[in-house]
Structures are given as C-alpha cells and as structure tokens.
Design a protein around this ligand. Sequence first.
Ligand SMILES: NC(=O)c1ccc[n+]([C@@H]2O[C@H](COP(=O)([O-])OP(=O)(O)OC[C@H]3O[C@@H](n4cnc5c(N)ncnc54)[C@H](OP(=O)(O)O)[C@@H]3O)[C@@H](O)[C@H]2O)c1
Length: 287
Amino acid sequence: MILVVGASGAVGLPVVKHLLKRGAPVRALSSRESSGAALRERGVTDVALGDFRSDDDVRRAMAGVKSVIQIPPRFTEDEAAIGLRILAAAKAAGVGHYVFVSAFHPQMRSMDHHWSKLLVEEAVIESGIPFTIIQPAMFMQNMRIEWPVIRDRGVYPRPYSPDRKLALIDTDELGEAAAIILTQQSFQGATFELASGQSLTHAEMAAIIAAETGKPVRALKRDPAEWTDWAQKNGWKPWSIEAYLKMCRHYDVHGYPGGNALVLRTILGRAPGDFRSFLRRFLANAP
Ligand SMILES: NC(=O)c1ccc[n+]([C@@H]2O[C@H](COP(=O)([O-])OP(=O)(O)OC[C@H]3O[C@@H](n4cnc5c(N)ncnc54)[C@H](OP(=O)(O)O)[C@@H]3O)[C@@H](O)[C@H]2O)c1
C-alpha cells in the first residue's frame, strides 16, 4: 500500500493517476470530503479522511502502508511541522520507503517555503527510512491560474519580473516520475532535482502561448500591492502572503535558474516534454 499525502493537489493528482496506471495500491489522505469524492471518482478506492495536523489521523492512515509520498501544502506556515509529523508516524509504522516532494533549490533561505522543505529533507535523511527526495522545478501548469486573463485580455500577469528565466517541469511528468520512483526500488537512497531542461521567462511563455493560440499575448509584472489585495480578499493568511512576496522578490533578482533534464530523462526513459507540448495538451481541453 502506498500512502499519498496531498493527493488531491496539483502534484498529488498526477502522482495518483500514474500510480493507478501502474496498478499500484493507493491510499490517499484527504482532509475534505469533496476532495475524497473527487479522488474516488478518479479510481482511488482507499481514501483515509483525516487531518495531517492530527497525530491520530496520520497514525491511522499509516496502518499497513509500505511506502509514503508526502506532498506538502503550498505556502503554509507550519509546513515543516506537518512534514515532521508525517515522517515520525511513518517511522513508527515501519514504512519501507519514504518519498518527500521538496522543491528545486530548497536551500534558498530568502524563501520561507523552500527553507521549510530543507528542514524536512534533513529529517528524512536522518530518519533511517529508505528515502527518495524529489526537488521539482516550477510547474508549467501554474499558467492555469491566469488562463482566464490570458484568454480574455491577452496578458499574462505575475507579480514578478517577466524577464527572468525559470526552470520548468510538467506536473504530469513529475507525477509519472514519482510513480516510477515509488514502484521501482532502484531509485531509493537519493535526492533528485527534476526539471524538463527548459528554462523560460514569462515573456517567452507568453510568446509561445500567442503562437499556439494565434492571438497576441503579453507578459506583464502585476503590481505586488494589487496582488496582495487580491490574496487578502481570497483568504490568504498574512504569513502565506509574505512568503509568496518573498518568492517574487527572489525571482525578480535571480529567477529560478538552472534546471538540468538528465535525471528526469533517466527516470522517465525518454526526453521530458517542453512548455509547447504541455500547452498543446492544455489548449485541447481549455475552458
Ligand atoms: N507551483 C510550483 O511551481 C511548485 C514548484 C515546486 C514545488 N512546489 C511545491 O509543491 C507542493 C505541492 O503543491 P500543490 O500545488 O500540489 O499543493 P496544494 O494544491 O496546496 O495541495 C495541498 C494538498 O494538501 C492537502 N491538505 C490540505 N490541508 C490538509 C489537511 N489539514 N490534512 C490533510 N491534507 C491536507 C490537500 O488535500 P485535501 O484538500 O484533500 O485535504 C491537497 O491535496 C507545495 O509544497 C509547493 O511549494 C510547487
């Protein structure tokens, strides 16, 4: 049994999809009945409803589990504490393989959500459980959030520089790689940076979107104050807003540089796809 923590999120859904495709037995920990129902619709027969902040719920979800993949929630103040709780429960349950989904460049101290992941990485390494840490680059699928604005107004707004290079990965290939790692022992005992090998600025992504849709699209820097206003109105907590703005300030100066495809190519057994191939798939079903 493979326990997926964070199964209904942007990373979790492709992980689950590729595990089920391989016929692997999956249990999903989910805190919401609606997410549990969506997971069942996608073929997950074992949904453990529970809260990753509850020792009891996490312990219950671990019963009979051979492997765990922990996908942390985004921009969450107690992300490290959540990770440490799940790891401790896995150790107590005698789990045989622990996969932690970190992020590309977790050592960046100026980004709180990266640093939280580094703390969990340290604990995973010291846990004594056979482990694999995966560090994915920026998700090509992030574009889905701005898609209505891109489609309706021909602009691709982000609250950081549109001219900095960002290492990218397609989350479908991230999910596939994670499923391979979880079902093949040969990928244990390592930390893998996962990237498509393609780094693009948002201006370059906008140019590809324009070419593929046949309509002009221009990347622009969204005013961080206006983004903050939006985030407050949409229920973001103050810590999460500040963590996001720190990321924007980091990207303004450094982008998200690097991104070597060697590891992802080895795991997938083929060359990873690029932004254009992701986009064509997305546009085929775009609202
Ligand atoms: N976006 C990027 O470009 C990028 C790049 C690299 C790394 N990352 C990292 O990737 C990670 C995953 O991202 P994501 O977008 O998939 O995250 P996400 O959408 O926030 O997923 C969060 C998951 O956590 C679950 N969850 C939330 N509260 C819970 C609770 N109290 N108890 C149990 N489960 C709970 C949610 O499931 P339920 O609703 O079912 O409970 C959901 O499946 C993040 O840590 C992010 O920093 C992101």
